[in-house]
Design a protein around this ligand. Structure first.
Ligand code: NI
Length: 141
């Protein structure tokens, strides 16, 4: 059986700070380096959203791209130009790393796409920088 996916790239900007209250400043610096600065720092994130589905014979497409854009942008709106630590509710008890951010985005986008029949979020790739990215995907359960 062949599988087919389609991927679309999105962009957003956000800032973050890595810090553990339980650790002293020196320990924080040792693990997180310059990312401990009290005012945070920003990234231009790039998100690649990959959707798995069947080709609709009427349109020749897996997903209506207008719908995909709308669903993903609805999610990204609450992250764009935000300080991830305080302006979003997701990082109260975990670091706003690219790994954790990718997991949060995966769950939020997967939930939105569930309303579309025959479509599943297959994979997210989140770039923090050009040379650093995280992949999240779900095994078939
Ligand atoms: Ni950073």
């Amino acid at each position: 059986m062949k599988n087919i996916t389609i991927s679309k790239k999105f962009e957003f900007s956000a800032s973050h700070r890595y810090w553990r209250d339980e650790w002293c400043e020196e320990e924080n610096r040792r693990y997180f380096g310059n990312s401990t600065g009290p005012y945070g720092h920003g990234h231009n994130y790039e998100l690649h959203v990959t959707v798995l589905g069947n080709i609709d014979p009427k349109t020749g497409m897996i997903i209506n791209l207008t719908e995909l854009k709308k669903y993903v942008n609805d999610v990204l709106e609450s992250f764009d130009h935000k300080f991830l630590n305080l302006d979003t509710p997701y990082f109260k008890d975990k670091q706003p790393t690219t790994e954790n951010l990718a997991l949060v985005l995966f769950d939020l986008i997967a939930k939105k796409l569930k309303t579309l029949q025959g479509i599943a979020l297959y994979k997210l790739r989140l770039y923090e920088k050009r040379d650093l990215y995280v992949d999240v995907w779900q095994d078939k359960s």
